[in-house]
Write a protein that binds this ligand. Structure first.
Ligand code: 0RA
Length: 635
């Protein structure tokens, strides 16, 4: 037998030890993402079986303990016959031998219809227990493993009808610090899989809640696009989206549509894996759409006099689902979610461009609606640009004289130590004006409701007097004319009441900064002030609490309950004595500030546009959870 051994068999015979020694190489890490990777591996095998036309339904069960999973399908069943040389069943080989190289070393990604069973052995190696059952050849078969080690031979359980595969596993707590799965993560991924693989029926049962859902989409990514556009409340510019499926070395599937939203929204996938940071496939799509649209516009002379269309204008309101299949995808970036294969860009471009041109030419009225939308974007952009240039010019040339009347500026010209407090309402503004250090602290009161600038063009935003005043006071321009170096203060501090109205105002201001002055956030120049909600007097001492939790903590440290101390609840900044406001909120010695850190908290545009669509309270919560305490800043 030794003489019959080939090099190929040797690679196949590699055991599972390397997986347990360096799990990160195979599943990316042992955190939550790595843990869920186990589920995707097993589910992908069943999806492959379905995509090859052999399985109709896949069932995923999250068990009551939330730390074990069963995945089953009604496909052909994993073969149980003995490999003539290895003297092992195909099932045993699939579950207990490593198939060359780890996923995260590159390579070895299966495409749909590709390699069966890759990854099953990795899951097996990292599970305290795995049971595989198969129905085929008129019988039911079972085999059990512990940490990848077979607990006996493949057993024939008895006669059975039909065919299928059933895999149950329990991740190993000595590998994963947390073995509890998240039902929502699994649910969402299965739903996406049902969009990416049209027609496949996926049933998800969460036994911990008793909830069951069935996902099945005959129209695939077209259904997905409709769902995404609907959820985002974006009104389509044209009825039927453009769709394309192109087989080839790189399989390309895409669906897109223009909407009235001001954002671009593209969700892309490579071999069914989400690519949140885009990559060459998305670049290829953008290039194709840009060129096809320009070509159409030029051929039919559709641009009005004086309007020039930029790539950004074409992207405005563009919503798309892009799914590609690549034999050897290379992923890049910190989270390995950007596709880096250069050949994919051309493949997507060449698949989409001619098809889109043809579609536009044979759907003339739709194409003209799209072009009208794009021309509108170009006009709005030019109007914003003109308006922001006008404001920037005003601040740059005429200096102090044009500062808004209601701004109480500071006297110092040494910018490093100066701060602008943006406060809500005249009465709070009054207290802040009296309580501040006038040499270094300026106060700008805002009147009335702050404009919600999410999904609003800059030209429109700049019509708002409060916002225009704010931009002039900051002195650094806005939009494309923003220059952080010109900011007239070292810090910009948002100061609102410690109640839900106050939180709402802070969120709206942050939305404005994020959308139209993002560099200010990126430079870490924006802070949120934390005013006290309670004053606690006990044993001749005064304490300030920012919220309920803070109050409870102070009482606990004093060893007193509420009845033994004097507690005052502030209704708002406006009713605080200027001296108290200074001590608690304005004085760099005693106040608390949170720095709004865009790099960590609001990492990508996708996150914020998802976030900003939701209710302001939740947004505030999110932003505050991600803001860093800047108590110790050097003033
Ligand atoms: C190898 C060969 C055949 C099927 C499978 C693997 C298979 C694997 C998995 C994993 C999950 N579900 C699965 N279903 C099938 C084909 C065997 C034949 O020709 O009958």
């Amino acid at each position: 037998m030794a003489t019959e051994y080939t090099a190929k068999d040797i690679t196949i015979l590699e055991g599972l030890d390397p997986v347990r020694k360096r799990p990160g190489m195979y599943i990316g890490g042992v955190g939550t993402a790595g843990l869920h990777h186990l589920v995707w591996e097993i589910v992908d095998n069943s999806i492959d079986e379905a995509m090859n036309g052999h399985a109709k339904e896949i069932a995923v069960v999250l068990h009551k303990d939330r730390s074990s999973i069963t995945v089953s399908d009604d496909g052909r069943g994993i073969p149980v016959d003995k490999h003539p040389k290895l003297k092992k069943s195909a099932l045993e080989i699939i579950f207990s031998t490593l198939h060359a190289g780890g996923k995260f070393e590159g390579q070895n990604y299966k495409t749909s219809g590709g390699l069966h069973g890759v990854g099953a052995s990795v899951v097996n190696a990292l599970s305290t227990k795995l049971v595989a059952k198969v129905k085929r050849e008129g019988a039911e078969w079972a085999m059990e493993f512990r940490r990848g080690v077979a607990q006996g031979p493949l057993k024939k359980l008895g006669a059975a009808r039909g065919t299928g595969t059933w895999v149950h596993f329990q991740p190993d707590p000595t590998i994963f610090p947390r073995t509890e799965f998240d039902a929502a993560t699994i649910r969402d991924r299965l739903e996406i899989a049902s969009f990416l693989h049209r027609g496949v029926k996926i049933r998800f049962t969460d036994e911990s809640t008793g909830k069951e859902e069935v996902f099945r989409h005959e129209a695939g990514i077209l259904d997905y696009l409709k769902k995404v556009v609907g959820e985002r409340g974006a009104k389509p510019v044209h009825e039927a989206p453009f769709t394309l499926v192109k087989e080839g070395d790189v399989k390309v599937e895409v669906a897109f549509q223009w909407t009235e939203s001001t954002d671009e929204h593209v969700r892309s996938y490579v071999n069914g894996i989400p690519t949140g940071s885009g990559g060459t496939h998305e670049n290829g799509l953008r290039a194709a759409v840009g060129k096809a649209v320009r070509n159409f516009v030029e051929t039919h002379a559709l641009t009005p006099r004086g309007v020039t269309i930029t790539a950004d204008d074409i992207r405005e309101g563009f919503a798309s689902i892009l799914s590609v299949y690549v034999a050897e995808p290379q992923f890049q970036g910190q989270t390995k979610d950007r596709l880096n294969n250069p050949e994919v860009q051309g493949a997507v471009d060449q698949a989409v461009r001619p098809a889109l041109e043809q579609w536009m030419n044979s759907n003339r009225s739709v194409a003209e609606q799209i072009v009208a939308r794009i021309v509108l974007s170009a006009r709005a952009r030019e109007a914003s640009r003109a308006a922001s240039a006008a404001i920037s010019r005003k601040t740059a040339t005429s200096g102090r004289l044009t500062l808004p009347g209601k701004l109480s500026d500071c006297t110092s010209h040494a910018r490093e130590r100066t701060e602008l407090f943006i406060v809500e309402g005249d009465s709070a503004g009054g207290s802040a004006k009296q309580g501040r250090d006038r040499e270094h602290q300026a106060v700008l009161p805002l009147r009335g409701k702050v404009l919600n600038t999410e999904a609003m063009g800059l030209a429109k935003v700049l019509e708002n007097k409060e916002i225009a005043d704010l931009i002039v006071a900051l002195g650094c321009g806005v939009g494309k004319d923003l220059d952080v170096e010109k900011l007239r203060y070292a810090r910009v501090i948002l100061l609102a009441d410690a109640d839900s109205d106050g939180h709402h105002i802070t969120t709206l201001l942050l939305t404005f900064f994020y959308r139209h002055m993002p560099d200010l956030l990126k430079a870490g120049r924006v802070y949120v002030g934390v005013p006290p909600l309670y004053r606690i007097d006990a044993a001749k001492k005064t304490f300030w609490a920012a919220d309920e939790a803070d109050k409870a903590r102070i009482l606990k440290s004093l060893g007193k309950d509420e009845s033994a101390v004097d507690i005052t609840r502030f209704k708002g900044l406006g009713e605080m004595m200027p001296k108290v406001l200074w001590e608690t909120t304005l004085s760099p010695r005693t106040r608390r500030l949170l720095r709004v850190d865009i790099a960590d908290a609001l990492a990508t545009d996708r996150i914020i546009s998802d976030l900003m669509g939701k209710d302001p309270q939740a947004r505030f919560q999110f932003i505050m959870e991600h803001a860093e305490d800047a108590q110790d800043i050097d003033v």
